[in-house]
Design a protein around this ligand. Structure first.
Ligand code: PMV
Length: 336
């Protein structure tokens, strides 16, 4: 007996970052985070649960063809699926295919979209569709904290932290739907290579930075300012938090033990260019995740001018132009 389900789930970009996790197998952040769910950078996953199966298989889908996934990738997927199966009280094996709408190797993290699509498809295949707090817990079994925020569309806050009830993780909540505020996120791909230090390692080292505790003290104010900026559609107020958070994440990474330097020369050039673009009248602000690539956030009506400015400011760097989006959806078409 087997059952198959497919889901598409988006990436998200954090305004207030999750950076630093407590010890343990599941992501338990020290601080709440707030993000914007994207619409074009998505992962699609088809999961078939074979109740009497013995060996699981994982493929990558590309241009309609399936190829066996690299060993390390397949192992990560299977750890997540086995955890989901034991959560659902099921045995058996899985057949899985997954694909990204954005080029793999573009230096864009796919863990949030990938693990949320995988958990949603697997739970549906197991006959346990995901809702509420259970959804967050199931997604987090994959090990990516930001994946919990991809469960909802628009602007999303994830409290993270301690379990809310008997082992259940705090679920993310929507601060505002996608229609509330049309923002773009233009990712400037400064370096497409795989980052040398994983975000998991970065999370674990973060509390050893002398700048970790001062940031945590600043966070209640930043979280409140972000909620208010979203409610008021105030790009200047949002932008101030966005840039402070980007710098703090990297300040903490650079001063962790051992230190992590994610930036490349092109990253710094762009950070210097953004205030000049603002002085020239473009309301654009930067943020950076655990890598060298720069995300530029601006109201959607400035997308064309921003892309044109970047052709001059970051010549030769590929751009990924994305927008706020509505969240995951179940697909009728399977990848196999
Ligand atoms: O989702 P993880 O566990 O890979 O951590 C993501 C961390 C950042 O992307 C750097 C920040 C965030 O909140 O998304």
């Amino acid at each position: 007996m087997s059952a198959k389900a497919s889901f598409e789930s988006p990436a998200n970009i954090a305004f207030v970052k999750y950076w630093g996790r407590r010890q343990g197998p599941r992501p338990r952040p020290f601080n709440p985070s707030i993000s914007m769910t994207l619409s074009r950078c998505v992962s699609r996953s088809t999961v078939e649960h074979v109740a009497d199966g013995e060996a699981s298989e994982v493929w990558l889908a590309r241009d309609g063809a399936l190829a066996p996934a690299p060993e390390k990738f397949a192992a990560g997927v299977l750890v997540h699926l086995e955890a989901l199966a034991s959560w659902a009280g099921a045995g058996g094996a899985f057949r899985v295919a997954t694909e990204n709408s954005f080029p793999t190797g573009a230096g864009i993290a796919s863990s949030a979209s990938g693990f949320s699509a995988l958990a949603l498809a697997a739970a549906a295949a197991l006959g346990r569709p995901l809702e509420g707090a259970a959804a967050a817990s199931a997604v987090l079994l994959g090990g990516s904290g930001s994946a919990a925020r991809s469960l909802l569309g628009g602007f999303v806050e994830w409290p993270g932290g301690a379990p809310v009830a008997a082992g259940a993780d705090a679920p993310p909540r929507q601060l505002a739907p996608a229609e509330h505020w049309a923002l773009v996120d233009v990712v400037v791909v400064v370096d497409a290579g795989e980052k040398a230090v994983s975000s998991r390692a970065g999370h674990e080292r973060a509390p050893r930075s002398p700048y970790f505790a001062p940031r945590l003290e600043a966070l209640p104010g930043r979280l409140e300012a972000t909620r208010r900026a979203i409610a008021d559609r105030d790009i200047e107020a949002l932008g101030a938090v966005l840039e402070a958070e980007a710098i703090d994440l990297h300040l903490i990474a650079m001063s962790s033990e051992p230190p992590i330097l994610y930036w490349r020369p092109g990253t710094i050039e762009l950070l210097q260019r953004v205030p000049e673009l603002r002085r020239a009248g473009l309301p654009v602000f930067y943020t950076i995740d655990a890598g060298p690539n720069v995300h530029l956030v601006a109201p959607a009506e400035h997308e064309e001018a921003l892309v044109a400015a970047l052709a001059e400011s970051a010549p030769g760097c590929p751009l990924i132009v994305d927008r706020v989006g509505a969240g995951p959806r179940r697909l009728d078409r399977h990848l196999f």
